[in-house]
Each structure stands twice: as structure tokens, then as C-alpha cells.
Design a protein around this ligand. Structure first.
Ligand code: XMP
Length: 326
């Protein structure tokens, strides 16, 4: 049983020097724990798993096997960034699994949100399990568990409650970030040389765009979510809102409305914009995005994204709305 209480004497990691000291200490600890054995990691490209990957690459290099599962519900450019940063720049042992068709086939026709989450979670475990079985001599499983995951059993990651790997794949855990808060993970990530876009990224749910393509997922609407999300992120970055707003994204519902384009009647989907601020995700307020920027984003989305003819801004705080739409 590993100790799960952050030592009282542990200093808060706020500076590059403190991050370097933490990294040196963890590199020694990981080497002592792992020896010459192999470690497996599910690398989503989120902050936590990316920092764990960078730390383990530093500690045990090629003994780490990173598995990146592309389930088709990632944001635009994410799988490419994982490959670029970890395989090309950090020379990691990275297995890229294109499971897009597999996930979308399983999800076809499923509209109920919790059912969608269960399918995505269970399929993820299945794909990861298959990859784990292909690898020889794995004895450890690295995870990006951070301190809030341990102390708030009801925290954001508790949504991932879909069961785990089977008995015969119960590896010993390596969880070097388990006493760190999110802000400390970011300082460590920066010190490990990860790009800002990875270290300071906003929270992204495990089921990804799957819960933003509302109702039964179709490839057409999923593309509209992905492309509109990319435009929103680009415009927020350009206008100084990246890093200021806690979470922002788009959602596409499963109904159409009438519009007009180039003098012709259209029948297409709306895009909903959401931008919220919160401390703990239990309550949230809506960001007062400048009206001119909202108009510009609307203009871009309606002209650049296929199958879309309207854009709406969600003004609802939490409560009464949740942050996600489903
Ligand atoms: P809600 O919608 O409950 O969201 O107000 C609160 C925070 O949790 C994230 N979220 C999820 N994260 N798996 C996750 O890993 C999920 O199924 C999930 N659902 C919501 C949401 O993005 C927000 O940050």
C-alpha cells in the first residue's frame, strides 16, 4: 500500500528551482522502484499524463512504453502534438493506436450521455488492454494521479468510473505526481521542457468531444464540434483569453434550423459556445466575452465550418446549468 497523504513538510512547488529539485528526487525514486523493468503509460496528451511521461522518459528512457489511443474524440491537432512532442522531440517509445472507427462504430446510435461515457471508458480500457498484452515484460503501470484525485473522491476524474484492467494485468503503480496540486504539476511540466500549449491547457473531459457532440454522435457533427472548437481556441488565444478563462469549448446539438447562405435556404446545425470560470468546477460563472469578439467568432464559424448556420452563446452559470451540456 502506498502512502497517500502529502507529507506536511513538503514545500509547495512554485519555482523552477523547486521543480528541478522535485524532478531530481523523483528520477531517483522512479529508478529505485522500476530498476531495469518496463513501464506502461496511457498517454492522452493532457497535462498530468504528459508530465508523467516526460518525468519517466528522463528517469528510465526507453523502458517507458507510452500508448496514445486516438478515440476520434480528441481536439483538432492533439494526436499530432503528442506524436511530435513525445516521439519526435523526446524520442519516447510511443505506440500510437488509431481506434477512431472502432469507437465511432460502438457509439453509433447511442444518445444517452451516461451510456456514451460508459462505452467510451470501457472501449478505452479494452484498447489499452490489447496494447498491454502485445508488450512483453511490463511490470509497472504509470498513472497521472494528482493529489486532488486522491483527496476528492468525487473530483473531476471520478467521472472515469468504468472499472479497470483485468486481474492478470494488475501492474505495480508508478504515480510520481500523487502529492502534487495542478499548479505544481504545471511548474514541473514547464521545467521538464514541455510546450506551453500542453502545460497550460484547459481541463478536457475523458470522453472528450464525445459529450460535446450532443445525442447520438455522427461524424458530420463531430467534425463541426472539432472545427468550431479549434476556431474558438484560436480566437481566445489571439485575444488574450487563453489562460484567463478556465474552460471554453463548443457543443453541437442534434437538431437543425433554417438559415440562409448566398441567397439560398440552408437547413443546418447550430454551434453553442461556452466559456466559464470556476475554482473547483462545482459552481461556475460565465465569462463576459466582448460582444465584438463573439460576433467575429460567429462570423468565422458560420463561414468556415461545414453544416453549421447559427452560433449561440450559453449565458447559464452553474447552477443551473452544468459546465458540459451532457
Ligand atoms: P460539469 O459538466 O459536471 O463538469 O459541470 C465539471 C467538470 O468536469 C468535467 N467533466 C468530465 N471530466 N469525464 C471527465 O474526465 C467526464 O465524463 C466529465 N464530465 C464533465 C467538465 O469538463 C468540467 O471541467
Amino acid at each position: 500500500m502506498q502512502n497517500n497523504v502529502r507529507p506536511e513538510t513538503m514545500e509547495r512547488i512554485t519555482t523552477p528551482a523547486l521543480a528541478d529539485a522535485f524532478i531530481a528526487e523523483q528520477v531517483d525514486a522512479i529508478r529505485a522502484q522500476v530498476g531495469s523493468k518496463k513501464v506502461l503509460l496511457a498517454l492522452s496528451g493532457g497535462v498530468d499524463s504528459s508530465v508523467v511521461a516526460a518525468l519517466l522518459i528522463k528517469a528510465v528512457g526507453q523502458q517507458l512504453v507510452c500508448v496514445h489511443v486516438n478515440h476520434g474524440l480528441l481536439r483538432k491537432g492533439e494526436p499530432e502534438q503528442v506524436i511530435e512532442v513525445f516521439r519526435n522531440q523526446m524520442n519516447a517509445n510511443l505506440v500510437y493506436v488509431d481506434a477512431v472507427d472502432r469507437f465511432l462504430d460502438k457509439l453509433a446510435g447511442v444518445a444517452e450521455p451516461e451510456q456514451k461515457r460508459k462505452i467510451i471508458g470501457a472501449e478505452f480500457i479494452r484498447v489499452f488492454e490489447e496494447e498491454a498484452r502485445k508488450q512483453e515484460g511490463i511490470e509497472f503501470l504509470a498513472q497521472g494521479t494528482i493529489y486532488p484525485d486522491i483527496i476528492e473522491s468525487d473530483g473531476v476524474k471520478a467521472h472515469h468510473n468504468v472499472g479497470g484492467l483485468p486481474e492478470d494485468l494488475q501492474f505495480e503503480l508508478v504515480e510520481p505526481l500523487r502529492f502534487l496540486y495542478k499548479d505544481e504539476v504545471r511548474v514541473v511540466g514547464k521545467a521538464l521542457g514541455l510546450p506551453d500549449g500542453m502545460v497550460y491547457r484547459q481541463p478536457f473531459p475523458g470522453p472528450g468531444l464525445g459529450v460535446r457532440c450532443l445525442g447520438a454522435i455522427t461524424r458530420e457533427r463531430l467534425e463541426a464540434v472539432r472545427e468550431s472548437d479549434a476556431i474558438l481556441r484560436e480566437e481566445f488565444a489571439k485575444n488574450g483569453l487563453e489562460g484567463k478563462v478556465w474552460q471554453y469549448f463548443t457543443a453541437v446539438p442534434d437538431f437543425k434550423s433554417v438559415g440562409v447562405k448566398d441567397g439560398k435556404r440552408t437547413f443546418a446545425y447550430p454551434v453553442i459556445l461556452r466559456a466559464v470560470n470556476t475554482v473547483d468546477a462545482m459552481t461556475a460563472t460565465v465569462e463576459e466575452v466582448p460582444f465584438a469578439l463573439l460576433k467575429h467568432i460567429t462570423e468565422r464559424i458560420t463561414s468556415e465550418v461545414e453544416n453549421v448556420n447559427r452560433v449561440l452563446y450559453d449565458l447559464t452559470p452553474k447552477p443551473s446549468g452544468t459546465i458540459e451540456w451532457e
